[in-house]
Write a new protein. Sequence first.
Length: 433
Amino acid sequence: MRRVRRPRAAEGAAAAALLLLLGTACGSRLPESDFEHDTRTPAPAPSGGTPIPVGIITSVTSPVGGAAFTGPRDGAKAWFDRLNAHGGIDGHPVQVRECDDGGSGVGDNTCVHQLVDEDKVVALVATTALDYAGAPRVSHARVPDIGGQPIGAAYDTWPHLYGIYGSLAPRNGTPGWGGKLYGGTEVYRYFKQKQGARTAAVVSYNQASSAAYARLVEQGLKAEGYKVVSEQVDFALPNFRAAAADLKEQGADLVFDAIDTHGNAQLCKAMDEVGAKVIAKVTNVQNWTSTVPDDYRDAPRCRNALWATGASRDYDDTANAAVREFRDATKGLKTHSQWQLEGWAAAMWFTDAARSCARTGITRACVDGFMNRSDGYTADGLLLPVTFERLPEPPKTRRTCLSVARWRDGEGWVSQGDMNHTCFDVPQLPYSP
């Protein structure tokens, strides 16, 4: 039986592209020679009910705004709060150490030093960093980083880093395979086979990161046989109305984009104004949130054509027991999002790893060993089965499943079928991180 592959690379690229539109913070990265003779004392195993220190790095005060990154952190903290209220892990409470890296490489290295070297955390959980410059230090210290968001290429580059979507890459210090990552065309196949779409518009800014991601989307769409309509708008003074009028004229069934949330709202407003009707305005997991009514308040038709795709169970699917547990524990939050649910799943993943080590000692090495054996992990069904393999060559095709939801006013995000059975055999296309 072939393994089912999650839509890992394309989702990571989407998140990275959207964030890079607003400018990536820079920082120094440490050379590998800095780690060749690591004589630091490993983190001790908790004993006698002592707390288990866990670190969460989040780019809260980043150049793109705090709300863009805090979802995974909030979901992880909600899990740990609930866990501690029920006795922790074998009598050990989890002590969460947070660090805001400010969205810069320098800040990220500072956070890693504080958490790994000073606080001696057993693991990092739900890392969400705009510039994960400290990833080499984490890896060389052999600290398991569990369930992080793949905004950059770190989770397909370094061992001991376990992204929320898994990885097939060798993770030997070079991104992917020879510097190339690979993503599937399952999203485009879904809308073609399940929704009958044939013409897709791709809207981007005349800015390098935006244009690069748009080319990746166009490549995937063409591989699936779509007619592709390219719409590029000026980054400083975007004319979304002209783009909306053209995609309507060209008969676009779908709209994909490589623009930020504000730009998407303006694009949707323009689509409503010109009367552009589409099967779906497709967004990604980062924008799968409860703030849709506010974000798209001026575009009711387009708002109700929003679809999101990802690799985790819809946070609004409260018919599912695991989702209900998450929603009950986070009912005090002002908003909800798919990234919160994935942060919750990351914290659960660490907990399962730590519990497996409780008898022998909850150490970095033991937790890392569990993670290395994490084949098919689902976080009680919240995630599609996660796989970590180190394939010497990139796969040419892969059977891939995806989670799909669409927005409906008054209902929220409505799941479209079972994510474990919405699967396709699709080609894997290369892209540069």
